[in-house]
Write a protein of this length. Structure first.
Length: 283
């Protein structure tokens, strides 16, 4: 790989990988502590406390937690509905933990899907998500436009019998660009998003508008361009009758002509990827 093609050194990629691993370690730790009666607000606080104990002082966004049919964003109409509530976890209920800490100037944004006990629908969603991970990487390497890839992901979901729930996110995004930010001991948040990181995203949006690209990967015309070199937090989100599941992780895009180097997932040692390997070995 030629690091100059993405604007980051190998040391930078290690930094992004480490904070992504830290985030997933937090998600697994908190998921192991969830039990009936725990609320979304308590789960979000558990994530914040775990990360702060390990040195996190800045955020792209504060941690979220969604339980039950809220994992499928059932009835979500306004942004305030994304924030954690007093919904309590029950046996067999799916959950999603979502966090975006910044550590040592490196940004992460991850989504972790789980379930409190057995839930065959949730298990199926997690199995079917692996096709989306493969499709996204393949079509980014083919240099399809972001908008075309989005439509292909949505088409695959429909073929699987699911509803696209990332349509409910602001601007319907399936992904957004992330970058290094200037390290600060503390950064204020506005509506749950860190002002430090938002300034960087706004700067990208301004430059992108001028140059014909967007840091937001959406179904709209402003995403009708090939993938821009850099790091993208990608989160396909499936929904089926009140149950939702997703993953979110960093995709690295370069301007290399070598397909394997033109795009790759930053790290394959993640919970949903390990789950896929375990399923493959049992077939």
């Amino acid at each position: 790989m030629r690091p100059a093609t993405i604007g980051y050194s190998p040391a930078d990629l290690r930094g992004f990988r480490e904070v992504q691993q830290l985030s997933y370690a937090c998600a697994e730790s908190v998921a192991a502590r969830l039990e009936p009666g725990v609320t979304e607000r308590e789960a979000a606080r558990m994530q914040r406390e775990w990360l702060r104990e390990r040195g996190v002082r800045d955020w792209f966004h504060l941690p979220f937690a969604w339980f039950g049919d809220r994992t499928a964003f059932t009835g979500f109409k306004i942004p305030l509905q994304f924030f954690p509530t007093n919904r309590a976890l029950e046996p067999g209920m799916p959950f999603i933990l979502d966090m975006a800490p910044i550590h040592n100037g490196y940004t992460s944004d991850i989504g972790y899907s789980g379930c409190l006990g057995l839930n065959p629908v949730h298990e199926r969603l997690m199995t079917d998500l692996r096709e989306h991970r493969e499709l996204i990487l393949r079509e980014v390497r083919e240099r399809r436009t972001l908008r075309e890839i989005y439509e292909d992901v949505e088409r695959l979901m429909a073929g699987q019998g699911y509803v696209n729930r990332h349509r409910a996110y602001p601007f319907g995004v399936i992904a957004h660009k992330i970058d290094r930010v200037k390290e600060r001991r503390w950064s204020p948040t506005v509506f749950g998003f860190g002002t430090n990181a938002l300034r960087g995203l706004a700067k990208d949006a301004l430059h992108g508008h001028r140059d014909g690209w967007s840091p937001l990967w959406s179904p709209y015309r402003f995403s009708d361009h090939p993938p821009r070199p850099g790091l993208w937090a990608v989160e396909p989100h499936l929904g089926f009758r009140g149950t939702g599941a997703k993953f979110e992780e960093i995709l690295v895009v370069t301007d290399s002509r070598d397909p394997d180097e033109s795009a790759f997932w930053l790290d394959d040692d993640l919970p949903h990827v390990r789950l896929r390997r375990e399923e493959a070995t049992t077939v």
